[in-house]
Design a protein around this ligand. Structure first.
Ligand SMILES: [Zn+2]
Ligand SMILES: [Zn+2]
Length: 380
């Protein structure tokens, strides 16, 4: 096996818009071998591109060192199980792995030591030793790699092609657990991109009376309606957040829950702002309602008055990635949503320089709502 060579897509360096995605290149390198007896040797069969990958490639994500094989959302075929892999999995209550199985990969590797104050309490998303496969170590856009056995979740029949969504659903689930939607509630979801639509698919399970979605693009709203949104509010790019507030207020005065799922500055401000209506300060939520900040862009916010939050008893909840438990729990969602997720996965691009560049081009264009896929075993 040592002499074998494999194809891998490297992001060579961070570039400006004009050079993107020419900074991706498929070349050959030595095949990965088992890095540790607690690892498995795996062959990725599908992997998708997310915003993080695009940020790395364009120099907006400092933690990644280039060149790097990206790819942190996807599924793998298990080729070799390390000698100590299943022993370790048993200690953590995980089923043994076998050669030939397919598994979804949790890219976030954490310490899981009892001395770690975060891991001990299940808050693995804050583990100080956390690193991301496909970000801080080489990821899934290659033919073969060594993966710590604890990162894999065996996939049941029928959902293997949807493996990349397990990580996204874990993020969505983690956020969703911070709020509670009850039957009869009015829910506003700001945005109707992939994350927003996944939030919508969770929200509708609790039979709210109203689910309002917003977007700047009409077709996206139509897709949200097909998935169960009861009302759609089309925003204009030029519109002020005050005008957007009024439009939402007309549709869903005093919502029980607001989920911000775009990460855009104005949208976050809209979720948190107060506005005088009929002589009283109001937020989009009623008093005692809940706000979930799910999208991240990292901008500084303006025009917020925290006294209004006190009046509404509304400290916003923020959601940072997910915990290990969320990842394993998300497989249930993957199974439940198996009929609805396929349109959100692009046809797979082959692992060739042109194939990978084309995939990254499509992903950045943002015209396709969903994930752009690469099939690492496919060469043409
Ligand atoms: Zn991602
Ligand atoms: Zn830890």
């Amino acid at each position: 096996m040592a002499a074998e060579r494999i194809r891998r897509a490297q992001c060579l360096r961070a570039v400006q818009e004009s050079e993107y995605p020419d900074n991706f290149e498929v070349n050959e390198g030595p095949a990965a071998e088992l890095a540790d007896p607690t690892h498995v040797l795996a062959r990725p069969y599908i992997a998708t591109i997310c915003l993080t990958d695009i940020k790395i490639a364009t120099g907006h994500f400092e933690r990644a060192e280039l060149p790097r094989v990206l790819g942190h959302e996807g599924g793998v075929d298990i080729v070799v199980v390390g000698e100590k892999a299943n022993e370790l999995r048993a200690e953590h209550g995980l089923a043994p792995l076998e050669e030939g199985q397919r598994a979804a990969m949790d890219p976030n590797v954490v310490c899981l030591r009892p001395e770690c104050p975060y891991c001990r309490r299940g808050h693995t998303n804050f583990c100080p030793t956390m690193y991301g496969i496909g970000v801080s170590s080489d990821g899934l856009f290659q033919e073969q790699l060594s993966i710590p056995a604890l990162q894999l979740d065996i996939l049941p029949n029928g959902v293997a092609h949807l493996a990349p969504f397990q990580e996204l659903l874990a993020c969505v689930l983690h956020g969703y657990k911070k709020i509670s939607v009850r039957p009869g509630d009015k829910v506003i979801i700001l945005g109707s991109g992939m994350s927003a639509l996944c939030q919508l698919m969770l929200v509708r399970r609790h039979r709210p009376s109203m689910i309002v979605v917003t977007d700047l693009v009409q077709e996206r709203l139509a897709r949200a309606a097909a998935l169960g949104a009861t009302h759609a509010v089309l925003f204009d790019v030029e519109q002020s957040k005050e005008a957007q507030f009024d439009a939402l207020w007309q549709t869903a005065e005093g919502a029980d829950v607001v989920i911000e799922a775009t990460g855009a500055k104005q949208s976050i401000e809209l979720a948190l702002m107060g506005r005088e209506r009929d002589g009283e300060w109001r937020m989009l939520i009623r008093r005692g309602g809940q706000i979930l900040l799910f999208g991240i862009e990292g901008s500084e916010l303006e025009g917020l008055n925290q006294e209004i939050w006190y009046l509404h008893g509304a400290a916003p909840q923020a959601s940072f990635i997910y915990n290990r438990d969320d990842f394993f729990e998300a497989q249930r969602l993957l199974v439940d949503l198996a009929d609805e997720l396929p349109p959100f996965l692009s046809p797979p691009h082959p692992l060739t320089t042109e194939g990978v560049r084309e995939a990254f081009r499509t992903a950045k264009a943002g015209t396709f709502v969903g994930r752009t896929a690469i099939a690492p075993q496919q060469a043409d």
